[in-house]
Design a protein around this ligand. Structure first.
Ligand code: ATP
Ligand code: MG
Length: 485
């Protein structure tokens, strides 16, 4: 036989001496590979043994009729509950009816792997046909190992999801945030497309993460797409991909974001920035559940949940014909609003503490103390940049502050950039003999003013980026750094 280096640990549950001997004799030729670790005569002893030797036993050989209350199907179920990877091979007394399929079925349903009818008592050397009996043990062992590997990788996935949910924790206990968290749980259970609204920095992306990783799609991909960050001429190939040779330069097949997100969730951030032709294609994905890849004649079916987000007034974009009305209705089946930070003032101390704790750990320093007067500064400020701004302020504080943060330090961290130049509207004030700034600070002030100026004189971010000669992705990154997003 070809059974190689397997080492099978067996627990034998049998209360008749005679049958114990017959089992041992049957597997004798393979005793160096099939090891009977323990022999017990009742169900309770079996459970005790398995509890004390977790992970050791691969296969249980179980006599169906044993003394004591715990036996048969109940015992099988108990063992499976304890460790579902253990395989149970049942041996029973000769049943009267040789075609009692119901009986066999009941055993399998309870969780048994295999079953056989013991030889009559006049056969003293074997419990059952030895080759069949031994093969069944090897197969049961293989199933046990496969099952353990499967459980292990599932465990790994679960741990990953748990880790992500810890990293992406939504801090906040204010009534409005508790309501939002309830909405998230409800939305995670549904499979409907969704629009997340909210001002810049309120936590829209964080909410999207939480919905995906609490949903049935959690073990599948969550793909984040910043619609404003993709150059207009590349949007379609990024979203839907292309086939090799679809156009000059397409030297290999490219998977689009929708294919990457198949069975999972796609997060379309800044959805109003999507160019109109791409909006048409997106509508088609939603309606037909299929994508048209560039350079491919047949469509591809995809199953993707769409979560879109915007910090714009999307209804106005629809009125002004920059956003398709039909797409708007398709995306806005359900919507959720992430509130401004100033609408949840009671969360400010919680958020400050959360970021202080986490960033201090990252920086390897002690967490500073925030006295009441300093907290007042934070509570009275109106946080136009919402949670992102608060996080940045905490970061600045941690760079400078000692063990206790003074109110002035808080004010300075909040008005970072503003106090560098007394007159923020006058670029000439940068050239002040009494207040010579480092180049990077002067540049920052100039950039901020110039970005604002150009944006105010453009109809969209896209146009502003174009005027500045920046790729949209760079524009977005820089605007964010300047606190404009
Ligand atoms: N309630 C919260 N608890 C903990 N962290 C938060 C919370 N809200 C936001 N954050 C953090 O603040 C930052 C900004 O959040 P996020 O990127 O989700 O905002 P956004 O609404 O998508 O912003 P934008 O419109 O600028 O894209 C992130 O680092 C995020 O983890
Ligand atoms: Mg965002």
């Amino acid at each position: 036989m070809i059974f190689t280096d397997k080492q099978i640990n067996v627990l034998l549950i049998e209360d008749e001496e005679f049958d114990v001997r017959r089992v041992i004799k049957t597997i004798e030729p393979f005793s160096d590979q099939i090891k009977i670790c323990q022999i017990v005569s009742n169900g309770k002893a079996a459970i005790d043994y398995l509890e004390n030797n977790k992970g050791k036993i691969h296969v249980v050989i179980l006599d169906y009729q044993i003394a004591g209350g715990l036996m048969g199907e109940t015992l099988i179920q108990k063992i499976k509950e304890l460790d579902s990877s253990i395989q149970i091979n049942v041996i029973t007394k000769m049943t009267i009816n040789l075609t009692d399929f119901n009986f066999a079925n009941k055993l399998l349903k309870a969780g048994a792997y295999w079953y056989c009818t013991k030889y009559p008592g006049d056969i003293e050397d074997f419990i059952y046909q030895p080759t069949d009996f031994i093969i069944s043990l090897f197969h049961a062992y293989d199933k046990c190992i496969l099952e353990r590997e499967r459980l292990q990788s599932l465990q790994k996935f679960k741990r990953n999801v748990e880790d992500i949910l810890v990293q992406k924790k939504i801090v906040g206990e204010s009534p409005i945030m508790l309501e939002l968290k309830e909405d998230i749980d409800r939305l995670a259970k549904s499979n409907i497309n969704l629009l997340i609204r909210g001002a810049s920095g309120t936590g829209k992306e964080l909410v999207a993460y939480n919905i995906h990783y609490r949903s049935d799609r959690k073990y599948e991909n969550f793909v984040v797409v910043n619609c404003g960050g993709i150059p207009e001429n590349l949007v379609e190939s990024e979203l839907f991909g292309y086939e090799k040779g679809a156009f000059t330069g397409a030297d290999k097949r490219k998977l689009g974001f929708f294919e990457l997100a198949n069975h999972g969730t796609i997060f379309l951030d800044e959805i109003t920035e999507l160019p109109l032709p791409a909006q048409v294609k997106l509508l088609r994905v939603i309606q037909e559940g299929e994508i048209e890849k560039i350079g491919r004649t047949e469509t591809i079916k995809v199953d993707v949940r769409i979560i879109a987000a915007t910090n714009r007034n999307i209804e106005q974009e629809v009125r002004e014909k920059r956003f398709r009305e039909d797409l708007y209705y398709r995306l806005n089946v359900l919507s959720i609003e992430v509130p401004l930070l100033r609408k949840r003032i009671s969360d400010i101390p919680l958020l400050i503490d959360y970021f202080l704790t986490n960033i201090s750990i990252d920086m390897g320093r002690d967490k500073p103390y925030i006295p009441e007067e300093t907290m007042k500064v934070f509570l009275n400020y109106d946080w136009p940049g919402n949670v992102r701004e608060l996080k940045n302020v905490v970061q600045r504080i941690l760079f400078r502050a000692g063990n206790s943060v003074k109110p002035e330090e808080a004010i300075k961290a909040i008005s970072y950039g503003e106090n560098l130049s007394p007159d923020r509207d006058d670029i000439k004030s940068l050239f002040n003999q009494n207040n010579i700034l480092q180049l990077k600070d002067a540049e920052r002030i100039f950039r901020e003013k110039y970005f604002k100026f150009v944006r105010e004189n453009s109809s969209s971010d896209k146009e502003a980026a174009q005027k500045l000669g920046l790729a949209p992705s760079n524009y977005h990154r820089m605007a964010k750094e300047l606190g404009m997003k």
